[in-house]
Design a protein around this ligand. Structure first.
Ligand code: C2E
Ligand code: MG
Ligand code: MG
Ligand code: MG
Length: 281
C-alpha cells in the first residue's frame, strides 16, 4: 500500500494514492487480457505527398475496444503500459496486426507501406530487431514496406544502445523515422550518427506555422536539416488547407493530419482512398 507522512513523520495510509496504484495495476492486468482477447485494434492515418496528395503510406495507431469503458485512445493506456513490461507483448501484437493488414491490402491490390510506433523499451532491447525480422517473414512482408517511428526522447534516453538497435534494424531493411521531432530538447548531434530515413515535424510547430514567426522558423530549420542529411520529412498535425499549402511552398514534401484524414479503420481507409486525390498544393 502507499503511505504518506504527516508532519510528525509518521506514515499514514493514503487511500487516494492507494486507489491510484491499484487502478494502474488492474489496467495492466486488463491490458494483458485485452491482448489475448483481441480487444486491441489499429486505426490508420495516411501520410500524403504535399505536391499531389498521393498516399505515401499509413501510420497504425492503437485503440482499445474496452468491453466496459468503450473505445479507449492511446493516451488512456499507453503511458501506463510503457511503465510496465506489458508494452513488449503489446508492441509485438501491434506489429503483427499492422503487417497482416498490409498483406491483406496488398493481396487485394493496394500496396500501402505501414508505420508502427516503437516504445523506448523496444528501442533499447537488443532482441527487438530479430523480433521485427521474424514478424516480417511470418507475415511475408518486405522490410521496406515497414517504417518504425521512434521518438527523439527515447533515442536520447540511451543514445549508445539506441544506435546499436537502430543499426541492426536498418540492416533488416526497415525504414526508421524520428517521431515528434523537435520536442526532445536534444543536441541533434545524434542525427548524424544514426541510420535514419525520416523526420516527422512535431504537431506543435506545424500548428503555428501559418500564424507565428516562431513555428515557421522552426519548420524551415527542420526542412533545411533534413535536406542536408538527406532525410525525408513529414509534417504531422496538419489541420487546415492553408497550413498544407504553406508547407508545400516551404518545400515540405509529406504531410499528415486531420485535414487530410483522421485515423480511421482499415475498411474506411479503403473507402477514403477511392475518393479523388487532394488538389495539388
Ligand atoms: P504519434 O505517433 O505522434 O501520433 C500522432 C497523434 O496525433 C495521433 O494520436 C493522431 O491521431 C493525432 N493526430 C494526427 N493528426 C492530427 C491533427 O491534425 N490534429 C491533432 N490534434 N491530432 C492529430 P493518437 O492516435 O491518440 O496517438 C497518440 C500517441 O500515442 C501517438 O503519437 C504515439 O506516440 C502513441 N501511440 C499510438 N499508437 C501506438 C502504438 O501502437 N504503440 C505505441 N507504443 N504508441 C502508440
Ligand atoms: Mg507516430
Ligand atoms: Mg508524432
Ligand atoms: Mg505526436
Amino acid at each position: 500500500y502507499t503511505a504518506k507522512r504527516n508532519r510528525l513523520g509518521i506514515a499514514v495510509y493514503d487511500p487516494e494514492a492507494d486507489r491510484r496504484d491499484s487502478q494502474e495495476l488492474s489496467l495492466i492486468g486488463e491490458l494483458r487480457r485485452a491482448i489475448d482477447e483481441d480487444e486491441l485494434v489499429l486505426h490508420y492515418q495516411p501520410k500524403v505527398a504535399t505536391s499531389n496528395g498521393r498516399v505515401r503510406g499509413v501510420e497504425a495507431l492503437i485503440r482499445w475496444e474496452h468491453p466496459v469503458r468503450g473505445l479507449l485512445q492511446p493516451g488512456d493506456f499507453i503511458p501506463q503500459a510503457e511503465e510496465s513490461e506489458v508494452i513488449v507483448p503489446l508492441t509485438d501484437r501491434v506489429l503483427k496486426m499492422a503487417l497482416e493488414q498490409h498483406r491483406m491490402w496488398r493481396d487485394s491490390g493496394t500496396v500501402l507501406p505501414v508505420a508502427v510506433n516503437v516504445p523506448t523499451v523496444c528501442l533499447l532491447d537488443a532482441a527487438f530487431p530479430d523480433r521485427v525480422a521474424a514478424a516480417l517473414s511470418a507475415c511475408d512482408v518486405a522490410a521496406g514496406m515497414l517504417t518504425l517511428e521512434i521518438t527523439e526522447t527515447s533515442i536520447i534516453t540511451d543514445p549508445v544502445r539506441a544506435s546499436a538497435v537502430l543499426t541492426r534494424l536498418r540492416e533488416t531493411g526497415v525504414r526508421l523515422s524520428v517521431d515528434d521531432f523537435g520536442t526532445g530538447y536534444s543536441s541533434m548531434s545524434y542525427l548524424q550518427s544514426m541510420p535514419l530515413h525520416e523526420l516527422k515535424i512535431d504537431r506543435s510547430f506545424v500548428r503555428t506555422v501559418t500564424d507565428s514567426h516562431g513555428g515557421a522558423a522552426i519548420v524551415r530549420a527542420v526542412l533545411e536539416l533534413a535536406r542536408a542529411l538527406d532525410l525525408e520529412v513529414v509534417a504531422e498535425g496538419v489541420e487546415d488547407e492553408a497550413t498544407l499549402i504553406l508547407l508545400g511552398d516551404m518545400g515540405c514534401t509529406n504531410a499528415q493530419g486531420y485535414h487530410i484524414s483522421r485515423p480511421v479503420r482499415a475498411a474506411d481507409l479503403i473507402t477514403w482512398l477511392g475518393q479523388p486525390a487532394l488538389e495539388p498544393a
